[in-house]
Design a protein around this ligand. Structure first.
Ligand code: SAM
Length: 211
């Protein structure tokens, strides 16, 4: 086998192994959350993907004290800030994990399902050559749907017109999700990015085929 091909294959194998290790760690973290007094016996969660410093989800969890809320973000310092915020508010129903969204969904497995998913001001990746890095992709929307409970809602908000149109178009052609034009977010709190980007658009969607 040519050297380059071999090293590419080894690279792919290594990155799959590393991903599997991260998912295993996240499974342990999820299991720890699910064994807390608040979460024990629950099977439904409210998830914020790309929660940043936790402004939105902390306020949400304070307003909806009966919901089990989880926030994930790629950046450790943001998760630390989110946890500090939740602790200051004395929240027992809000948990934050450093995780990539797809890996966290894998770690949830089939037993824990999302009822509400919030994606607030995701990175827009405005350059065409970077569109593939956008969080919202058909495969991601399908994967998300597979981790949702009946009647689940997906809420997406962005200041970026191009990303809004991209997401709306992918949702319109996706069999798993239906845009609900009359719906709004069930709760409003200004996230860190919303504070600096006060002009935005929102999409509210329902999981299809289920009530
Ligand atoms: C522009 S910030 C918005 C943060 C927050 N939602 C707000 O409105 O203030 C986007 C966040 O998404 C996180 N992020 C990007 N891709 C992600 C992924 N695949 N999984 C989890 N978090 C992600 C980034 O680390 C960043 O903190």
């Amino acid at each position: 086998m040519p050297y380059q091909q071999k090293s590419r294959e080894e690279g792919v194998k290594l990155s799959a192994e590393r991903r599997a290790q991260r998912v295993e760690k996240l499974k342990a973290a999820v299991s720890e959350i699910m064994s807390t007094d608040f979460a024990r016996g629950k099977e439904r969660i409210t998830l914020e993907i790309g929660c940043g410093k936790g402004h939105f989800l902390s306020a949400y969890a304070e307003a909806f004290k009966d919901e089990l809320c989880m926030g994930v973000d790629l950046i450790s310092s943001r998760i630390r800030d989110s946890r500090n915020k939740a602790a200051r508010l004395g929240l027992v129903n809000a948990f934050f994990e450093k995780a990539e969204a797809g890996e966290f969904l894998d770690a949830l497995g089939g037993g824990i399902l999302c009822e509400k998913i919030f994606i607030m001001f995701p990175d827009p990746w405005p350059k065409k050559r970077h569109f593939k890095r956008r969080l919202i992709q058909t495969e991601f929307l399908d994967m998300l749907a597979g981790h949702c409970a009946e009647g689940a809602r997906l809420y997406f908000r962005t200041d970026h017109e191009g990303y809004f149109e991209w997401t709306r178009d992918l949702l319109l052609e996706n069999k798993n999700w239906q845009i609900m034009p009359g719906e709004t977010l069930p709760f409003e709190a200004v996230s860190q990015f919303q504070r600096i980007l006060p002009v935005f658009n929102t999409l509210c969607c329902r999981l299809c085929g289920k009530s």
